[in-house]
Write a protein that binds this ligand. Structure first.
Ligand code: COA
Length: 185
């Protein structure tokens, strides 16, 4: 077993590694690895990569770990994945799907894709595409009848290349600003 595999065999993952598509794994460059978020990924640059998406306030490792545990305790709901550069053991890409249970469509479920981010130095190498494919597989294998996401106009062509179609509109109403609350973006 390689040193990389040894160091990763004991990771505390948010969900089972078996839920990540083997086809997507096989299509990744051998220097990269896709897996569920681990409890120690705060130290692998999780927030640094997320900051390509929006302003990220660092809550500190303990609060990050508490959020990780809160997500894991909501069974079969949150599925955050990361792509790791094996040589540096750092995160270079990430995304998440959460499963919403509904009363309509015969008690159907919908997968919501969120927080897709690829490190600036790694963009344009199909990492974003692989993340979306992995998340869509998780959503469909969870029984979701559709997988949806919100994005800026400039990212519409990317999601179209990933097989998504434009549908309807996004609406938002932000809560009033409170002291110590993060800025609205
Ligand atoms: C958007 C983002 C996730 C795309 O990931 P990526 O790894 O760079 O993209 P990929 O290499 O997987 O692109 C797949 C295809 O989409 C195309 N594509 C990617 N971004 C595009 C864009 N903004 N406009 C047009 N085409 C785009 C690529 O050229 C590629 O096309 P090809 O198959 O013809 O070669 C990444 O650039 C990113 O993290 N951006 C900043 C954060 C962000 O905007 N996240 C999305 C929030 S909704």
């Amino acid at each position: 077993m390689s040193l990389y595999a040894l160091s990763n065999s004991s990771l505390d993952l948010l969900f089972s590694v078996d839920l990540i598509s083997s086809e997507v794994k096989a299509q990744l460059h051998p220097d990269l690895h896709i897996r569920p978020l681990a409890s120690t990924d705060y130290r692998r640059g999780h927030l640094d990569v997320l900051s390509v998406l929006t302003v990220v306030t660092d809550p500190g490792e303990a609060a990050w770990a508490a959020q990780f545990n809160a997500m894991r305790s909501a069974a079969s709901t949150y599925y955050p994945v990361v792509i790791i550069d094996k040589s540096s053991d750092r995160i270079v890409g990430m995304g998440s799907v959460f499963i919403e249970r509904k009363f309509l469509r015969g008690l159907g479920s919908v997968g919501h894709i969120e927080d897709i981010a690829v490190d600036k130095n790694q963009q344009g190498k199909k990492l974003g595409l692989r993340i979306i494919q992995a998340l869509t597989c998780i959503s469909e294998n969870s029984g979701c009848y559709k997988t949806i996401l919100n994005c800026s106009d400039s990212n519409i062509p990317f999601y179209q290349k990933c097989g998504f179609q434009q549908k309807e509109n996004e609406m938002a109403k932000y809560a009033p600003e409170r002291p110590n609350s993060p800025p609205h973006l």
